[in-house]
Design a protein around this ligand. Structure first.
Ligand SMILES: [Cu+2]
Length: 141
C-alpha cells in the first residue's frame, strides 16, 4: 500500500515535470498562403514562451519547401516596404512572438508541391533550448 502511494506520487511528479517541459514553448495558429509547386510563399504563427528564460529559434525546416528563411519586414529608405532574412528569432521569457503578414514571417522557397486552401504542411522550428518544435500550418487563400 505504501509503495503504491509512493509510486503514485512519483508518477504525478514525473508527469508534471514532463508536461511543463512540453509547453515551455507553445507554437499555435500556424498558417500559410496557398501557392503553386515551385513558388514562394509565407507562413505565420504565434510562438509563446511559458518559460522563465529566453529561447532562440535558430532554424526552420519543412518537407513542403526546398528552402526556408525567417524574415523580418523593414521600411526601405525610399519609403517602400522590404524584407530581409534574420539568422535567429529570440523568444523572450513569458512573451508571445507573433509572425504575421507585413511583419515577422517564415518564407518558404520552391514549394515541392502545390498547396491549396485546406491542405496542411508540417514545419519544424529548431529551438536552442527545446530542440525541434513541430508546427502544423493550415493552408489559406
Ligand atoms: Cu519574406
Amino acid at each position: 500500500m505504501k509503495l503504491t502511494l509512493i509510486g503514485g506520487t512519483l508518477f504525478v511528479v514525473f508527469t508534471t515535470i514532463c508536461a511543463s517541459q512540453t509547453v515551455a514553448i507553445e507554437v499555435r495558429d500556424g498558417w500559410m498562403y496557398s501557392a503553386d509547386s515551385g513558388m514562394v510563399t509565407g507562413a505565420f504563427m504565434t510562438i509563446e514562451s511559458h518559460s522563465t528564460v529566453p529561447d532562440t529559434i535558430v532554424a526552420v525546416r519543412t518537407e513542403c519547401a526546398e528552402h526556408t528563411e525567417i524574415h523580418t519586414t523593414v521600411r526601405n529608405s525610399d519609403g517602400t516596404m522590404g524584407m530581409r532574412p534574420i539568422a535567429e528569432l529570440i523568444i523572450p521569457p513569458k512573451k508571445a512572438v507573433v509572425l504575421k503578414p507585413r511583419s515577422l514571417h517564415v518564407m518558404l522557397y520552391h514549394l515541392r508541391r502545390s498547396l491549396r486552401s485546406g491542405d496542411r504542411c508540417i514545419v519544424y522550428l529548431t529551438s536552442k533550448r527545446h530542440g525541434d518544435l513541430r508546427v502544423e500550418l493550415r493552408v489559406r487563400r
